[in-house]
Design a protein around this ligand. Structure first.
Ligand code: SF4
Ligand code: SF4
Ligand code: SF4
Length: 432
């Protein structure tokens, strides 16, 4: 984004402070720099300093100031609650990401992020190599099964804070497809790297249910990460690398629709893509073509004939015990939460009950979870506790980050709480 555009977006903020009342992070931090208003003011001040105007007195000048502003911009979940509740419709997320990009360009990224965004996430082969290495490493670690018996709890050392993570599989979902499988079909599935490599059973359930809904389904063998982690960290070049590969594969397959079981990936393709790719870029036409065809998993199933023959299984769930968690990107940013809720209600019948705190952020926030795990965990633990108070014992959602976080938090708060993807519920109801 050029300076003039960014300055115009910043100027829309009238510093009313309404965003403070809804900020996910404010109750944890209680400081002004941790709400949208404060971050925008800091960025504005830093930009003014860059062009020779007086910078905000409270902020040190030069590199120290840049580092302080970058830190403030990074300390955010990008949950979008501030933006959705802003009376002036300030494009908070775009402003914060543009600010992060500005400082990534100016100050550089840590080496591990450069390797991750440039070499690993844009490459299906590199991602698979990391999964295989992780799978081998997990065998060397102490195994502490959770309720499902498929998770590893890391020891409370080396900054891992007793995290519970899924056991990395010996083979990913895409690699498990047969040679002639998923090669054609009007519907294309983009599983995303987490549902391909970390929780391939969800990639498989998405695939099988979409096949039951639409017949043949295409899956790209070259699909890599959607580029969202790189973009959110301000690495536009890394994001472009991942996006380009995916776009080329999607355009070549020419599907009628591209279905996303992960709400965060969907946001990247439906919304961020067109902000990242300049209008004169050679891939711009492909990006517009692709963005129009991207749809969330629940909408695709609801639009299909399959929905009429899904049989609710009341015996499987206690009345009102199954709740829907609204992922920030899917429900908030894209406004597609109602489709997930509707499909879940159709699937479990009386088992469905509105979850207490359904639209509260789970606390994952992508890189925020790695940046400040204790805070991310407190937000997530509160979310699980609220759900339990409201009588929810199975939380269903449709975002990879939310599932990773909610399962980790459930292992901390209550092992009786289950966390499932919508496709797992739907697959259990397919006619025999
Ligand atoms: S609510 Fe909107 S206009 Fe008001 S301070 Fe926050 S971002 Fe600015
Ligand atoms: S995106 Fe979320 S965490 Fe960040 S400032 Fe807005 S409400 Fe707060
Ligand atoms: S949003 Fe998450 S799961 Fe989806 S591709 Fe990006 S990193 Fe992978």
């Amino acid at each position: 984004m050029i300076d003039r555009e960014l300055a115009e977006k910043i100027a829309a903020c009238v510093k009313c402070g309404s965003c403070r009342a809804v900020c996910t992070l404010y109750p944890e931090r209680r400081t002004e720099v941790n709400v949208a208003r404060g971050k925008i003011a800091l960025l504005e001040s830093a930009m003014a300093g860059e062009v020779g105007l007086p910078a905000c007195g409270a902020i040190p000048l030069g590199e120290e100031r840049d580092a302080a502003v970058r830190e403030a911009l990074a300390d955010c979940l990008l949950c979008g609650r501030c933006e959705r509740n802003c009376p002036n419709q300030v494009a908070v997320e775009e402003i914060l990401v543009a600010g992060r990009t500005r400082f990534a360009d100016k100050l550089g990224l840590p080496v591990w992020k450069r390797i991750l965004f440039d070499e690993v996430l844009p490459s299906a082969r590199a991602l698979n190599a990391v999964r295989a290495a992780g799978n081998a490493a997990q065998h060397l670690l102490r195994k502490m099964p959770t309720e499902s018996g498929l998770h590893y709890r890391f020891p409370d050392v080396a900054g891992l804070h007793g995290r519970t993570l899924p056991a990395l599989p010996p083979i990913g979902f895409v690699a498990s497809l047969g040679k002639d499988e998923a090669r054609a079909g009007e519907v294309m599935l983009f599983p995303g790297c987490v549902f391909d490599l970390v929780m391939p059973e969800i990639g498989r359930d998405s695939y099988e249910t979409l096949k039951a809904a639409w017949g043949e389904v295409t899956v790209s063998r070259d699909a890599a990460c959607c580029g969202l982690p790189a973009l959110a960290s301000g690495d536009r070049a890394g994001a472009m690398k991942a996006i380009s590969k995916n776009l080329v594969a999607m355009r070549a397959a020419a599907p009628r629709s591209i279905v996303f079981p992960c709400g965060s990936c969907l946001k990247m393709f439906r919304r961020d893509l067109l902000n990242v790719i300049p209008t004169d870029h050679p891939l711009r036409d492909a990006a517009e073509w692709v963005a129009e065809r991207c749809v969330d998993y629940a909408t695709s199933i609801l639009d299909s004939p399959l929905v009429r023959i899904l049989v609710p299984a009341p015996a499987a769930f206690g009345a009102g015990s199954v709740g829907w968690h609204d992922p920030c990107h899917l429900s908030g940013t894209l406004g597609r939460g109602e489709a997930g809720r509707e499909l879940l209600e159709r699937a479990v019948g009386r088992g469905f009950g509105e979850m207490k705190g359904t639209d509260r952020c789970c606390g994952y926030g992508g890189t925020f979870n790695a940046r400040d795990y204790p805070t991310s965990a407190r937000i997530g633990e509160n979310k699980i506790s609220l759900a339990i108070q409201g009588g929810t014992s199975t939380i269903v959602t449709a975002c990879s980050g939310c599932i990773l976080q909610l399962r980790d938090m459930a292992a901390r708060v209550s092992r009786q709480t289950r966390v499932r993807h919508l496709a797992q519920v739907v697959r259990g109801l397919l006619p025999a």
